[in-house]
Design a protein around this ligand. Structure first.
Ligand code: PHB
Length: 394
Protein backbone atom coordinates (compact mmCIF):
# COMPACT_ATOMS: atom_id res chain seq x y z
CA UNK A 1 0.00 0.00 0.00
CA UNK A 2 1.48 3.35 -1.04
CA UNK A 3 1.00 6.21 1.38
CA UNK A 4 0.41 9.50 -0.42
CA UNK A 5 1.05 12.84 1.25
CA UNK A 6 0.76 16.36 -0.12
CA UNK A 7 2.87 19.42 0.48
CA UNK A 8 3.77 22.59 -1.37
CA UNK A 9 7.54 21.94 -1.69
CA UNK A 10 9.15 18.50 -1.40
CA UNK A 11 12.82 18.87 -0.51
CA UNK A 12 15.07 15.85 -1.04
CA UNK A 13 18.12 16.09 1.26
CA UNK A 14 18.50 17.37 4.82
CA UNK A 15 21.93 18.93 4.34
CA UNK A 16 22.58 22.66 4.81
CA UNK A 17 20.94 23.54 1.47
CA UNK A 18 17.74 21.56 2.00
CA UNK A 19 17.28 22.61 5.61
CA UNK A 20 17.99 26.30 4.99
CA UNK A 21 15.55 26.27 2.09
CA UNK A 22 12.88 24.74 4.33
CA UNK A 23 13.40 27.53 6.90
CA UNK A 24 13.30 30.32 4.30
CA UNK A 25 10.09 28.84 2.88
CA UNK A 26 8.55 28.49 6.34
CA UNK A 27 9.32 32.18 6.98
CA UNK A 28 7.34 32.96 3.81
CA UNK A 29 4.44 30.78 4.99
CA UNK A 30 5.19 27.99 2.51
CA UNK A 31 4.91 24.48 3.89
CA UNK A 32 7.46 21.82 2.91
CA UNK A 33 8.46 18.24 3.62
CA UNK A 34 12.18 17.45 3.91
CA UNK A 35 13.29 13.84 3.39
CA UNK A 36 16.72 12.23 3.74
CA UNK A 37 17.89 8.63 3.66
CA UNK A 38 20.24 9.17 6.61
CA UNK A 39 19.51 9.14 10.34
CA UNK A 40 19.90 12.25 12.49
CA UNK A 41 23.09 10.78 14.01
CA UNK A 42 24.58 10.18 10.55
CA UNK A 43 23.73 13.70 9.39
CA UNK A 44 25.14 15.30 12.54
CA UNK A 45 28.38 13.32 12.51
CA UNK A 46 29.42 13.72 8.87
CA UNK A 47 32.62 15.75 8.93
CA UNK A 48 32.58 18.25 6.09
CA UNK A 49 33.66 21.81 5.43
CA UNK A 50 34.30 24.43 8.05
CA UNK A 51 34.33 27.94 6.61
CA UNK A 52 31.26 30.16 6.35
CA UNK A 53 31.36 33.30 4.28
CA UNK A 54 30.16 36.42 6.06
CA UNK A 55 26.80 36.34 4.22
CA UNK A 56 26.28 32.71 5.15
CA UNK A 57 26.89 33.48 8.83
CA UNK A 58 24.49 36.45 8.60
CA UNK A 59 21.83 34.24 7.02
CA UNK A 60 22.15 31.64 9.80
CA UNK A 61 21.67 34.38 12.41
CA UNK A 62 18.61 35.68 10.56
CA UNK A 63 17.01 32.21 10.31
CA UNK A 64 17.89 30.89 13.73
CA UNK A 65 18.01 33.06 16.86
CA UNK A 66 19.73 30.15 18.67
CA UNK A 67 22.48 29.59 16.12
CA UNK A 68 25.84 28.90 17.79
CA UNK A 69 27.83 30.46 14.96
CA UNK A 70 29.17 33.15 17.32
CA UNK A 71 29.63 30.96 20.40
CA UNK A 72 30.90 27.62 19.10
CA UNK A 73 32.10 29.21 15.85
CA UNK A 74 34.86 31.81 15.58
CA UNK A 75 35.36 34.82 13.38
CA UNK A 76 38.52 34.65 11.26
CA UNK A 77 39.86 37.93 9.95
CA UNK A 78 42.48 36.44 7.69
CA UNK A 79 44.40 33.46 6.40
CA UNK A 80 48.07 32.88 5.90
CA UNK A 81 49.44 31.98 2.48
CA UNK A 82 52.79 30.27 2.92
CA UNK A 83 55.24 29.71 0.08
CA UNK A 84 58.93 30.04 -0.70
CA UNK A 85 59.76 29.83 3.02
CA UNK A 86 57.62 32.82 4.04
CA UNK A 87 54.13 33.45 5.37
CA UNK A 88 51.94 36.22 3.94
CA UNK A 89 48.81 37.27 5.81
CA UNK A 90 45.68 38.15 3.84
CA UNK A 91 43.85 40.63 6.08
CA UNK A 92 40.17 40.34 5.13
CA UNK A 93 38.63 43.31 6.98
CA UNK A 94 41.43 45.65 5.84
CA UNK A 95 41.07 44.52 2.22
CA UNK A 96 37.33 44.00 1.76
CA UNK A 97 35.65 44.89 5.07
CA UNK A 98 34.43 41.34 5.63
CA UNK A 99 35.41 38.20 7.57
CA UNK A 100 34.63 34.48 7.58
CA UNK A 101 33.47 32.21 10.40
CA UNK A 102 34.99 28.86 11.20
CA UNK A 103 31.91 26.88 12.12
CA UNK A 104 31.93 23.25 11.01
CA UNK A 105 29.10 22.04 8.80
CA UNK A 106 28.00 19.34 11.25
CA UNK A 107 27.45 22.04 13.90
CA UNK A 108 25.42 24.08 11.39
CA UNK A 109 23.34 20.96 10.78
CA UNK A 110 22.74 20.36 14.49
CA UNK A 111 21.34 23.90 14.76
CA UNK A 112 19.17 23.59 11.66
CA UNK A 113 17.77 20.16 12.59
CA UNK A 114 16.95 21.32 16.12
CA UNK A 115 15.19 24.37 14.72
CA UNK A 116 13.07 22.33 12.30
CA UNK A 117 12.19 19.67 14.87
CA UNK A 118 11.51 22.35 17.50
CA UNK A 119 9.01 24.03 15.17
CA UNK A 120 7.34 20.62 14.56
CA UNK A 121 7.94 20.98 10.81
CA UNK A 122 7.80 17.88 8.64
CA UNK A 123 11.21 16.18 8.48
CA UNK A 124 11.37 12.51 7.53
CA UNK A 125 14.65 10.69 8.01
CA UNK A 126 15.50 7.16 6.87
CA UNK A 127 13.42 7.78 3.70
CA UNK A 128 15.03 6.50 0.49
CA UNK A 129 14.03 8.47 -2.59
CA UNK A 130 13.84 6.37 -5.74
CA UNK A 131 12.79 8.93 -8.29
CA UNK A 132 10.72 11.92 -9.33
CA UNK A 133 7.65 11.98 -11.50
CA UNK A 134 6.26 15.00 -13.32
CA UNK A 135 3.53 14.64 -15.90
CA UNK A 136 3.55 18.36 -16.64
CA UNK A 137 0.36 18.95 -14.65
CA UNK A 138 2.20 21.31 -12.29
CA UNK A 139 2.23 18.68 -9.54
CA UNK A 140 5.48 16.73 -9.48
CA UNK A 141 5.85 13.83 -7.05
CA UNK A 142 8.71 12.25 -5.13
CA UNK A 143 8.61 8.46 -5.06
CA UNK A 144 10.28 6.96 -2.02
CA UNK A 145 10.47 4.13 0.46
CA UNK A 146 9.58 5.07 4.00
CA UNK A 147 11.84 4.20 6.94
CA UNK A 148 9.89 0.92 7.35
CA UNK A 149 10.30 0.05 3.64
CA UNK A 150 6.73 0.86 2.60
CA UNK A 151 6.15 2.96 -0.56
CA UNK A 152 5.67 6.69 -0.02
CA UNK A 153 4.52 9.23 -2.61
CA UNK A 154 4.95 12.92 -1.87
CA UNK A 155 2.90 15.13 -4.18
CA UNK A 156 3.97 18.75 -4.31
CA UNK A 157 3.79 21.99 -6.25
CA UNK A 158 7.57 21.94 -6.57
CA UNK A 159 10.37 19.42 -5.93
CA UNK A 160 13.91 20.43 -4.96
CA UNK A 161 16.91 18.10 -5.25
CA UNK A 162 19.25 19.08 -2.42
CA UNK A 163 20.55 15.53 -2.22
CA UNK A 164 24.26 15.95 -2.79
CA UNK A 165 26.71 14.83 -5.43
CA UNK A 166 25.06 11.42 -5.88
CA UNK A 167 21.68 13.09 -6.37
CA UNK A 168 18.73 10.89 -7.23
CA UNK A 169 16.79 13.96 -8.42
CA UNK A 170 19.50 15.08 -10.88
CA UNK A 171 18.87 12.45 -13.60
CA UNK A 172 15.26 13.64 -13.77
CA UNK A 173 16.41 17.23 -14.38
CA UNK A 174 19.37 16.61 -16.71
CA UNK A 175 18.12 13.46 -18.41
CA UNK A 176 21.15 11.40 -17.35
CA UNK A 177 23.07 10.47 -14.20
CA UNK A 178 26.17 12.46 -15.23
CA UNK A 179 24.65 15.22 -17.31
CA UNK A 180 27.14 17.98 -16.66
CA UNK A 181 30.44 19.73 -17.24
CA UNK A 182 33.12 17.77 -15.44
CA UNK A 183 36.78 18.07 -14.56
CA UNK A 184 39.04 15.86 -12.47
CA UNK A 185 42.29 16.96 -10.86
CA UNK A 186 45.48 14.96 -10.38
CA UNK A 187 45.39 15.87 -6.65
CA UNK A 188 43.54 14.80 -3.55
CA UNK A 189 43.74 15.75 0.12
CA UNK A 190 44.69 13.40 2.88
CA UNK A 191 42.60 14.82 5.74
CA UNK A 192 42.92 14.15 9.44
CA UNK A 193 41.09 15.09 12.60
CA UNK A 194 43.39 15.07 15.60
CA UNK A 195 43.03 15.74 19.31
CA UNK A 196 45.37 18.65 19.89
CA UNK A 197 45.25 22.38 20.50
CA UNK A 198 45.43 24.63 17.40
CA UNK A 199 48.86 24.94 15.79
CA UNK A 200 48.06 28.40 14.47
CA UNK A 201 45.47 31.11 15.21
CA UNK A 202 44.46 31.36 11.57
CA UNK A 203 44.24 28.87 8.71
CA UNK A 204 47.50 28.26 6.87
CA UNK A 205 47.40 27.47 3.13
CA UNK A 206 50.89 26.30 2.30
CA UNK A 207 52.50 25.70 -1.07
CA UNK A 208 55.79 23.85 -0.55
CA UNK A 209 58.17 21.89 -2.74
CA UNK A 210 56.61 18.73 -1.25
CA UNK A 211 53.08 19.79 -2.18
CA UNK A 212 50.19 21.63 -0.55
CA UNK A 213 49.00 21.53 3.07
CA UNK A 214 46.15 23.24 4.90
CA UNK A 215 46.16 23.68 8.65
CA UNK A 216 42.57 24.22 9.75
CA UNK A 217 40.69 23.84 13.02
CA UNK A 218 37.54 22.38 14.45
CA UNK A 219 37.48 23.37 18.13
CA UNK A 220 39.95 24.25 20.90
CA UNK A 221 40.70 20.51 21.30
CA UNK A 222 40.24 19.07 17.80
CA UNK A 223 42.05 20.16 14.66
CA UNK A 224 41.53 19.47 10.96
CA UNK A 225 44.58 19.28 8.69
CA UNK A 226 45.11 18.19 5.11
CA UNK A 227 48.05 17.46 2.85
CA UNK A 228 48.14 16.94 -0.88
CA UNK A 229 48.32 13.28 -1.85
CA UNK A 230 47.87 10.98 -4.83
CA UNK A 231 44.12 10.41 -5.42
CA UNK A 232 44.76 6.63 -5.34
CA UNK A 233 46.08 6.75 -1.73
CA UNK A 234 44.38 4.37 0.67
CA UNK A 235 44.01 6.27 3.99
CA UNK A 236 44.63 3.08 5.98
CA UNK A 237 48.13 2.62 4.58
CA UNK A 238 49.81 5.58 6.31
CA UNK A 239 50.96 5.39 9.93
CA UNK A 240 50.54 8.34 12.31
CA UNK A 241 54.26 9.18 12.23
CA UNK A 242 54.24 9.27 8.42
CA UNK A 243 51.19 11.55 8.43
CA UNK A 244 52.76 14.03 10.84
CA UNK A 245 55.98 13.98 8.84
CA UNK A 246 54.05 14.63 5.58
CA UNK A 247 52.21 17.56 7.17
CA UNK A 248 55.23 19.04 8.91
CA UNK A 249 57.49 19.17 5.83
CA UNK A 250 54.75 20.99 3.94
CA UNK A 251 54.50 23.83 6.49
CA UNK A 252 58.12 24.87 7.02
CA UNK A 253 58.41 27.53 9.71
CA UNK A 254 55.42 26.30 11.73
CA UNK A 255 55.75 23.61 14.37
CA UNK A 256 52.59 21.55 14.37
CA UNK A 257 51.23 20.47 17.73
CA UNK A 258 50.68 16.75 17.34
CA UNK A 259 48.01 14.63 19.01
CA UNK A 260 46.11 11.39 18.51
CA UNK A 261 44.65 11.10 14.98
CA UNK A 262 40.96 10.25 15.41
CA UNK A 263 39.86 10.24 11.78
CA UNK A 264 41.54 10.07 8.39
CA UNK A 265 40.14 10.28 4.89
CA UNK A 266 41.14 10.96 1.29
CA UNK A 267 39.16 13.61 -0.56
CA UNK A 268 39.25 13.43 -4.34
CA UNK A 269 38.99 16.71 -6.22
CA UNK A 270 36.34 17.24 -8.86
CA UNK A 271 34.63 20.15 -10.52
CA UNK A 272 31.14 19.56 -11.84
CA UNK A 273 28.25 21.70 -13.05
CA UNK A 274 25.00 20.05 -14.15
CA UNK A 275 23.90 20.90 -17.70
CA UNK A 276 20.45 21.78 -16.37
CA UNK A 277 19.45 23.13 -12.96
CA UNK A 278 15.70 23.04 -13.52
CA UNK A 279 13.12 21.13 -15.48
CA UNK A 280 9.56 22.39 -15.14
CA UNK A 281 8.77 22.25 -11.43
CA UNK A 282 11.88 20.40 -10.30
CA UNK A 283 15.15 22.21 -9.45
CA UNK A 284 18.61 21.31 -8.16
CA UNK A 285 20.64 23.11 -5.50
CA UNK A 286 24.04 22.60 -3.86
CA UNK A 287 26.16 19.54 -4.61
CA UNK A 288 23.32 18.02 -6.63
CA UNK A 289 23.90 20.87 -9.08
CA UNK A 290 27.66 21.41 -8.74
CA UNK A 291 30.84 20.33 -7.01
CA UNK A 292 33.95 22.42 -6.42
CA UNK A 293 37.37 21.37 -5.14
CA UNK A 294 37.68 22.37 -1.47
CA UNK A 295 40.64 24.76 -1.71
CA UNK A 296 38.53 27.92 -1.88
CA UNK A 297 36.13 26.77 0.90
CA UNK A 298 33.21 27.52 -1.42
CA UNK A 299 31.11 24.29 -1.37
CA UNK A 300 28.60 24.89 1.42
CA UNK A 301 28.49 28.64 0.80
CA UNK A 302 27.66 28.12 -2.86
CA UNK A 303 24.87 25.72 -1.95
CA UNK A 304 23.39 28.33 0.36
CA UNK A 305 23.60 31.03 -2.31
CA UNK A 306 21.58 28.76 -4.66
CA UNK A 307 18.99 28.34 -1.96
CA UNK A 308 18.60 32.08 -1.35
CA UNK A 309 17.82 32.54 -5.05
CA UNK A 310 15.49 29.56 -5.18
CA UNK A 311 13.60 30.62 -2.04
CA UNK A 312 12.90 34.02 -3.63
CA UNK A 313 11.76 32.35 -6.84
CA UNK A 314 9.50 29.88 -5.03
CA UNK A 315 7.97 32.66 -2.95
CA UNK A 316 7.08 34.55 -6.13
CA UNK A 317 5.78 31.41 -7.83
CA UNK A 318 3.83 29.83 -5.00
CA UNK A 319 2.53 32.94 -3.24
CA UNK A 320 1.95 35.32 -6.18
CA UNK A 321 1.89 32.96 -9.18
CA UNK A 322 4.75 34.95 -10.72
CA UNK A 323 6.99 32.70 -12.84
CA UNK A 324 9.66 35.21 -13.78
CA UNK A 325 12.14 34.43 -11.02
CA UNK A 326 11.85 30.67 -11.37
CA UNK A 327 12.38 31.04 -15.11
CA UNK A 328 15.56 32.99 -14.35
CA UNK A 329 16.76 30.74 -11.50
CA UNK A 330 19.26 28.63 -13.49
CA UNK A 331 20.85 31.59 -15.24
CA UNK A 332 21.25 33.62 -12.05
CA UNK A 333 22.56 30.67 -10.04
CA UNK A 334 25.01 29.73 -12.81
CA UNK A 335 26.48 33.20 -12.76
CA UNK A 336 27.81 32.63 -9.24
CA UNK A 337 28.47 28.91 -9.76
CA UNK A 338 30.92 29.55 -12.61
CA UNK A 339 32.64 32.34 -10.65
CA UNK A 340 33.04 29.92 -7.77
CA UNK A 341 34.26 27.20 -10.13
CA UNK A 342 36.91 29.56 -11.39
CA UNK A 343 37.91 30.70 -7.88
CA UNK A 344 38.16 27.12 -6.61
CA UNK A 345 40.16 26.03 -9.66
CA UNK A 346 42.41 29.10 -9.29
CA UNK A 347 43.17 28.54 -5.59
CA UNK A 348 43.72 24.83 -6.30
CA UNK A 349 46.05 25.26 -9.24
CA UNK A 350 47.96 28.12 -7.59
CA UNK A 351 48.64 26.20 -4.38
CA UNK A 352 49.10 22.54 -5.38
CA UNK A 353 52.16 21.07 -6.98
CA UNK A 354 51.47 18.74 -9.92
CA UNK A 355 53.55 15.55 -9.90
CA UNK A 356 54.77 16.28 -13.41
CA UNK A 357 55.48 19.98 -12.76
CA UNK A 358 58.64 21.14 -14.56
CA UNK A 359 61.06 23.68 -13.11
CA UNK A 360 59.38 26.25 -15.33
CA UNK A 361 55.94 25.37 -13.95
CA UNK A 362 57.19 25.60 -10.39
CA UNK A 363 58.86 28.98 -10.87
CA UNK A 364 55.85 30.34 -12.73
CA UNK A 365 53.63 29.26 -9.84
CA UNK A 366 55.84 31.03 -7.30
CA UNK A 367 55.70 34.08 -9.59
CA UNK A 368 51.92 33.92 -9.46
CA UNK A 369 51.85 33.65 -5.67
CA UNK A 370 54.27 36.57 -5.35
CA UNK A 371 52.20 38.66 -7.73
CA UNK A 372 49.07 38.03 -5.65
CA UNK A 373 50.53 38.80 -2.22
CA UNK A 374 52.66 41.76 -3.31
CA UNK A 375 49.73 43.61 -4.84
CA UNK A 376 46.88 45.09 -2.82
CA UNK A 377 44.53 44.34 -5.72
CA UNK A 378 45.77 40.74 -5.80
CA UNK A 379 45.19 40.27 -2.07
CA UNK A 380 41.80 41.98 -2.34
CA UNK A 381 40.78 39.69 -5.22
CA UNK A 382 41.63 36.65 -3.11
CA UNK A 383 39.89 38.09 -0.03
CA UNK A 384 36.77 39.07 -1.97
CA UNK A 385 36.27 35.53 -3.27
CA UNK A 386 37.14 33.91 0.05
CA UNK A 387 34.81 36.01 2.20
CA UNK A 388 32.12 35.70 -0.48
CA UNK A 389 30.58 37.84 -3.16
CA UNK A 390 27.34 39.59 -2.18
CA UNK A 391 24.31 37.31 -2.15
CA UNK A 392 21.81 37.88 -4.92
CA UNK A 393 18.71 39.75 -3.81
CA UNK A 394 15.15 39.56 -5.12
C1 PHB B 1 38.13 22.73 6.70
O1 PHB B 1 38.35 23.21 7.83
O2 PHB B 1 37.70 21.58 6.56
C2 PHB B 1 38.48 23.51 5.49
C3 PHB B 1 38.84 24.84 5.62
C4 PHB B 1 39.17 25.56 4.49
C5 PHB B 1 39.13 24.96 3.25
C6 PHB B 1 38.74 23.64 3.12
C7 PHB B 1 38.41 22.90 4.24
O3 PHB B 1 39.49 25.67 2.14
Amino acid sequence: MTTTVRTRVAIVGAGPAGLILSHLLADAGIESIVVDSRSREQIESTIRAGILEQNTADLLRAIDPDTRVDTVGHRHDGIELHFGGEGHRIDFPALVGRSVWLYPQHEVLKDLLALRLGAAQDLRLGVTVEGVEDDGSGHPAVLALDADGSPLRIEADFVVGADGSRSVVRPFVTGSRGGGYFREYPFAWFGILCEAPPSSDELIYSNSEHGFALISQRSPDVQRMYFQCDPATDPATLGDAEIWEALQVRVPGTTLTEGPIIQRDVLRFRSFVAHELRRDRVALVGDAAHTVPPTGAKGMNLAIADVVLLADALRALLVSGDERLIDGYAERALDRIWKAQHYSWWMTSMLHVALDASDFDRRRQLGELHSVVSSESGRAYLAEGYTGWPLPVG
